[in-house]
Design a protein around this ligand. Structure first.
Ligand code: ADP
Length: 323
């Protein structure tokens, strides 16, 4: 791209601007592969067990337009995989007790194998209490204390791992990235996203982790510290929800950048667009990068399908729960 720089006397001289040399990691390809594996496995199981009909219920509170889009993606993916899905909507005035009653009722319904509570919740509802009301065997988001606790001990194939963390895990595996003894930075420490990702990256390979030296950054991390730890990192995962937080000066050549940020911003022409946590200029570094959109997002949805099938298999005794 032709670019110009201004020199002291006001003249503009053109120069060649750095090219985009980063390699894009196509999340949609991995997502399609996972969804077709779920679909094929379900077809196989149903040949001998036609009564096996995995179903998830998504509980949506209020009218958040972003949530509606995610719900639609989940339902489309379910329909592709052959899973049943249902959305239950409530006004944002629903009380905590009423919501917990609904979750308890759904916990007892044998035709429902997975329960998703669409986040964020209105302020009067306690996210931790609501997420923990879901029975761990139906917790396909992996947000309960039980499933997050299991993640600390082991990442086995029968664990319900939070879908975004599982997506990040599988992206790293499918890219064949060398991780042993390398350095990772995770930006964001939420219980549902940043923290489980940091646990997986830092865990022992014997337990399903990546043996990385992992630095967790968050709101209290000074900018200079964030920049300096990122500059040393072989993998940077950003789940902060801050558009353009990490730029090219913070990225070392050869690094793998995984963008979990999904930020709605206005384009220069006033259009609503989606941007990640990485500045577009990181493409000028010789690195690997998940795009936004089309990177982690579709994989998160695909792993929700994977977890729903897993939950249904465990509930039907088709697969055994690991220790
Ligand atoms: P999510 O559920 O997607 O992880 P949250 O809003 O719950 O989103 O969490 C955002 C995380 O990002 C928090 O852990 C917060 O500390 C971190 N964060 C927010 N802003 C910054 C920032 N400027 N620098 C580093 N971390 C940040």
């Amino acid at each position: 791209m032709l670019f110009s720089i201004t020199i002291g006397n006001g003249y503009h001289i053109p120069r060649m601007f750095s090219r985009n040399i980063a390699t894009l990691i196509k999340g949609t390809e991995l997502a399609n592969k996972i969804k077709s594996e779920v679909r094929n496995e379900l077809i196989n199981i149903r040949q001998t067990k036609p009564e096996f009909e995995p179903q998830f219920v998504a509980i949506a509170i209020g009218n958040n337009p972003a949530s509606s889009i995610y719900l639609q993606r989940k339902q489309e993916a379910a329909s592709y995989c052959g899973l049943k899905s249902k959305v239950i909507h409530f006004e944002d005035t629903i009380s905590q007790k009423s919501l917990i009653d609904v979750i308890n009722h759904t916990n007892k319904d044998p035709s429902i194998h997975g329960i998703i509570v669409q986040l964020p919740l209105p302020n009067h509802l306690c996210e931790t209490t609501i997420c923990n009301a879901v029975h761990p065997s139906k917790d396909v988001d992996g947000f309960t204390q039980t499933n997050l606790g299991k993640l600390m001990q082991k990442m086995s194939d029968s664990n319900m791992i939070p879908c975004t963390a599982l997506a990040v895990k599988k992206i790293i595996e499918s890219e064949g990235i060398e991780t042993y003894g390398k350095t990772a930075v995770v930006i964001g420490r939420s219980h549902n996203v940043g923290l489980p990702i940091a646990i997986i990256l830092g865990a022992d390979k014997q337990k399903g982790g990546f043996d990385m030296t992992t630095v967790s950054c968050h709101r209290a991390t000074p900018n200079e510290t964030l920049a300096s730890v990122c500059r040393n990192a072989d993998i940077i995962v950003s789940a902060a929800g801050v558009p353009g937080l990490v730029d090219k000066t913070m990225v070392k050549p050869g690094a793998c950048l995984i963008d979990v940020g999904l930020n709605r911003v206005k384009s220069e022409t006033g259009k609503d667009i989606v941007r990640g946590d990485f500045n577009k200029n990181v493409s000028q570094v010789d690195c690997r990068l998940t795009p936004v959109p089309g990177g982690v997002g579709p994989c998160t949805v695909a792993f929700l399908m994977y977890n729903t099938l897993l939950a249904a298999k465990l509930q039907a005794g088709i697969m055994n729960q690991a220790e």
